[in-house]
Write a protein that binds this ligand. Structure first.
Ligand SMILES: C[S@@+](CC[C@H](N)C(=O)[O-])C[C@H]1O[C@@H](n2cnc3c(N)ncnc32)[C@H](O)[C@@H]1O
Length: 217
């Protein structure tokens, strides 16, 4: 994917360097201690958004749940820069970023290290030949299952009917339980409607229904 140039990127990145985890794979198996060192008030769960974009969702979640820790993985440097600047502006001490495309999640997190994973408007890869790249294909689901603690969850939102169907099928193949599922989240009273992402707001403004499911591990 082509990266967009950002003005003064190096200087701006340096100013938010404290929010970046550059050696995520070296923290495998000791995330709780690592995050506790960063924030002594941290007592709750560790949540990861894969493909966090500009960080709006993480900012809201971090603000609302100060005892939890939120990690955002984002492979596009110009985008993760905006996310880090948002967290800096909000002075949140419980949100950090892994500025990379995470594909092999088991090389970052040990068994049971995460409490929840958010896949918000992941790239739909609509072409059939690209289905292996979809972040909910069975290979990735097996990785998520491994790194999630018992009782952990994956929450998935998309505007794409086809990607949603594919995800439900892959969950079924993987033997994962879908405990909540709707093709129109904002016409339900499910809690997931309350914190929205930047893409979610965009699609809602275009009148598109938001598909959502929660997968229990
Ligand atoms: C369509 S945007 C959605 C952003 C945000 N979650 C939202 O809902 O507003 C998807 C983002 O995921 C990032 N991305 C895709 N695959 C990724 C991966 N494996 N690891 C980290 N970031 C990824 C892309 O760079 C892109 O910024």
């Amino acid at each position: 994917m082509r990266q967009r140039k950002v003005k003064n990127e190096a200087i701006r990145l340096a100013a938010v360097e404290y929010l970046q985890i550059k050696n995520g794979q070296e923290i495998l198996g000791r995330w709780r201690d690592f995050l506790k060192e960063k924030n002594h008030d941290f007592t709750g769960g560790i949540f990861l958004e894969i493909g966090c974009g500009r960080g709006h969702f993480l900012a809201s979640m971090g603000e609302a749940n100060p005892n939890h820790f939120y990690l955002g993985a984002e492979g596009r440097s110009s985008v993760v820069l905006k996310a880090m600047e948002l967290i800096q502006e909000k002075e949140l001490a419980n949100v950090l970023f892994i500025p990379e495309f995470i594909l092999d999640i088991e090389s970052y997190f040990a068994e049971g290290e995460l409490t929840g994973i958010y896949l918000n408007f992941s790239d739909p890869w609509p072409k059939k030949r690209h289905t292996k790249r979809r972040l909910t294909n069975r290979k990735y689901l097996a990785g998520y299952r491994h790194v999630l603690a018992p009782g952990g969850f994956i929450e998935f939102k998309t505007d794409s009917d086809e990607f949603f169907d594919f995800t439900l099928e892959e969950c079924s193949e993987a033997g994962l339980t879908v405990e909540e599922s709707t093709r129109d989240l904002h016409n339900t009273d499910l809690p997931a409607r309350l914190v929205t992402t930047q893409y979610e707001e965009l699609f809602r403004s275009l009148g598109k229904p938001i598909h959502y499911c929660r997968i229990r591990v």
